[in-house]
Design a protein around this ligand. Structure first.
Ligand code: NAD
Length: 259
């Protein structure tokens, strides 16, 4: 019997087979879950996401276009999800965006207002927007998981405005956890170590980060993206029924090190 047999949920953020969301989906499905997928609107993206999921054994996936920065897209998505799934027991938020021009080393102090606002909107506010709509589809409670990174807590050169957005995201998750706990809805962040995805490649100095983690982390290595998926199974299942408002690290232990 799978840990997630009979559970249904939505996954935001699959772009290709390197995406953290894809590895999370594979692990959730392996444990019996049914997943629906939202993707950034566009024919090319739709084809790519469908092929990624089908090549990964997730055949005939339920997919719906949604630009998370648009309330009307989110409304349409959740209306369609209600018709398809009736109720949800988990939602995975694996979406972030910041203008890559400002993810270069030494560029944080140059961040314009519009770049800051967009990064915080797409990468942090959307967790509130999604939770608002998911709540009505979680009559028996549920689990909401968002992806964060250590740059929320400490300065990681090149992570820049995205570090500020992740700090906001982690705080958003705690405040949502406090509000939604009475509905038995849990909200946690999963802080992943660096993974070689499309988004990560936009961050200045990313190669140095991989080398640094290998040298400094207690496990003397970087993580596999699949390891993030395994922890998502824990967070989306009853194994973590008493856990909410937490930030769970999957980073080979890197965050515990001082010098
Ligand atoms: P990715 O590029 O595969 O995924 C990012 C996703 O965000 C893509 O699917 C993209 O289409 C989506 N997206 C961006 N703007 C959107 C919008 N307006 N509407 C809808 N979707 C939008 O990269 P990833 O590394 O898998 O990123 C997933 C999450 O994991 C992000 O929150 C990222 O910050 C976080 N994270 C990544 C790493 C890493 O090293 N890769 C580490 C820790 C946390």
């Amino acid at each position: 019997m799978g840990l997630l047999d009979g559970r249904k949920g939505l996954i935001f953020g699959v772009a290709n087979d390197r995406s953290i969301a894809y590895h999370i989906a594979r692990n959730l499905v392996e444990h019996g879950a049914t997943c629906g997928f939202s993707y950034l609107p566009g024919e090319k993206m739709e084809r790519r996401v469908r092929k990624t999921l089908e090549d990964g054994g997730l055949s005939n996936p339920w997919m719906f276009p949604c630009d998370v920065s648009k309330d009307e897209d989110l409304d349409r998505l959740f209306e369609a999800a209600r018709a398809e799934f009736d109720a949800l027991s988990f939602v995975v938020h694996s979406v972030a965006f910041a203008d890559r021009e400002y993810l270069k080393l030494g560029m944080f102090a140059e961040t314009p207002r519009a770049v800051f606002t967009q990064a915080l909107d797409i990468s942090a506010y959307t967790l509130i927007a999604i939770a608002q709509r998911a709540r009505g589809l979680m009559p028996n409670g549920g689990s909401i998981v968002a992806l964060s990174y250590y740059g929320a807590e400490k300065v990681v050169p090149g992570y820049n405005v995205m570090g500020v957005a992740k700090a906001a995201l982690e705080a958003v998750a705690r405040y949502l956890a406090a509000d939604l706990g009475r509905h038995n809805i849990r909200v946690n962040t999963l802080s992943a170590g660096p993974c070689r995805t499309l988004s990560a490649m936009a961050v200045g100095g990313i190669d140095e980060m991989f080398e640094w983690v290998e040298r400094k982390a207690p496990l003397c290595r970087n993580i596999e993206t699949d390891e993030v998926g395994k922890t998502a199974v824990y967070l989306c299942s009853d194994l973590s029924s008493g856990v909410t408002g937490e930030n769970v690290y999957v980073d080979a232990g890197y965050n515990v090190m001082g010098v």
